[in-house]
Design a protein around this ligand. Sequence first.
Ligand code: NAP
Length: 244
Amino acid sequence: MADRIVIITGGSKGLGAGLVRSYLESGDRVATCARSTTPEVEAWSSDPASADRFLFVEADLAVRDEAAAFVQAVVTKWGGVDILVNNAGVARDGILAVFADEDVDTVVDLNMKATFQVTKLVSRRMLSKGAGKIINISSIVGLSGYRGLSVYAATKGALDAFTRSLARELGSRGITVNSVAPGYLRTEMSHGLDEGQMQQIIRRTPAGRLGEPGDVARAVQFLTSDDNDFITGQVLVVDGGLTS
Ligand code: NAP
């Protein structure tokens, strides 16, 4: 069993919850945050099998001080961070010509600015240790585009660009940085798609189904395993072949 210190942002539901579950199952200590708690978070906090290896902090990562307080809480509790998974993200859909300015801010503030802020604070800790693994959860829409998701897609493409530059900055210091770009997953975020769009995506996907959080978690575990110190600056697409 591993005993790494893992931060997963936005782990209260959806993909983030799948990532928290996966790292708890591999024996790691896991810290996560969200703006509010969920039954899954309550269960991990009270289950004797995970309670002393799990930390939940209520924080809005779009607020810089709250993001900083979250990272500090992890460092105070466990002394460092081995793995960071920047998972928290938000989508707003609508064609750009009538897109609300507040929605631009919401998407950019969380998907980009909060990711930069958390990564900045965590990478300092990793640099002083000379080791670390960072994963940015981007999306296939950042690679191929999707009508009505231009702002969201732009933030996800930005994360892939962030990954490539940061990998160059940190590579000689024992830190890998990769993106994992999921296809369409069965989570709350994809509930905005109607049944017709869902069926069309499934028809076009060689694997014949939507993705599950576990599909992505296995890719993230692979890239953050001790065995990987040579794959860095890459975007690993996990989409059942949809964009192949
Ligand atoms: P989700 O079900 O909406 O979950 C998002 C998580 O982030 C929740 O824990 C949420 O908790 C948290 N969060 C949202 N705003 C936050 C904030 N301001 N501060 C702190 N935490 C916040 O989304 P998901 O589908 O699991 O998506 C997870 C990641 O995968 C995102 O980066 C998304 O872009 C990416 N992705 C998803 C899909 C898909 O089909 N679902 C496809 C490709 C990529 P609270 O709301 O309580 O804060």
